[in-house]
Design a protein around this ligand. Structure first.
Ligand code: AMP
Length: 224
């Protein structure tokens, strides 16, 4: 694939820290697509495609799928027309090696890394309230980002679901894997030229988003 020439916001941080919510608000603000590798994979599972069948069990157990599978869905998505003026990545990279793979697709000067932080205890509590639209992949939280009508997607009126991998024992496994992989991943970015902006998602979504905008405005070219 030819190198991607637009800017890419790269969200890093533990599962359940609120990356999806912040990425989706940034997507509305910047008019750039929000690309969640988790959503792309869940979509493959829903379509029951060969790739979906290959990854379904791994996702349900909270394990990482192979780099080959992830790259396949990601590259296909980046080729789409709506990414022409940039995009927002959420859920990739998850390992230092995936960061190297991303550098092969997008020059590191074109990546704007954002680290979202949250304490494990709060993550476990928050994930139990997370809801997902199985049809359009919009994410909600019963307390922090509720839909207008209880348990119904604002965008497509589909009843919301609780993800299987948000069950407490799977969340603990996902956090364990995250911790194993994160130090070398974040080091990759901290040792690069463009240091990650760090945002805590402990405050309300509005406050966190305001903090995110404040921190990234100074790091990005005026054109984006
Ligand atoms: P997420 O929605 O980001 O929590 O991702 C859900 C699941 O999709 C993960 O637990 C993994 O099984 C898989 N997945 C998503 N992104 C990646 C990735 N970059 N590398 C490997 N597996 C991934």
């Amino acid at each position: 694939m030819e190198k991607f020439s637009s800017f890419v916001f790269v969200f890093l941080g533990p599962p359940g820290a609120g990356k999806g919510l912040l990425a989706s608000r940034l997507s509305d603000r910047k008019g750039m697509p929000h690309i969640s590798t988790g959503n792309l994979l869940r979509e493959e599972c829903r379509k029951d495609s060969p790739l979906g069948r290959e990854v379904k069990e791994l996702i349900e157990k909270g394990h990482l799928v192979s780099d080959e599978c992830i790259l396949k869905v990601l590259q296909e998505r980046l080729r789409r027309e709506d990414c022409r003026h940039g995009c927002i990545l959420d859920g990739f990279p998850r390992t230092a090696w995936q960061a190297v793979l991303l550098d092969n697709l997008v020059d590191s000067e074109r990546q704007i890394p954002i680290e979202v932080t949250l304490d494990d205890k709060v993550i476990e509590e928050r994930l139990s309230g997370r809801r997902l639209c199985p049809s359009c992949s919009a994410g909600y939280h019963v307390t922090y980002a509720p839909p207008r009508k209880a348990n119904i997607c604002d965008h497509c009126s589909t009843p919301l679901i609780l993800r299987k991998d948000d069950a407490p024992e799977i969340v603990r496994e996902r956090l364990r894997i995250f911790r194993e992989q994160y130090a070398p991943l974040i080091d990759h970015y901290r040792s690069g030229e463009r240091k990650p902006a760090s945002v805590s998602s402990l405050a309300s979504p509005d406050e966190c988003f305001a903090d995110l905008l404040f921190k990234i405005e100074s790091r990005i070219p005026l054109s984006i």
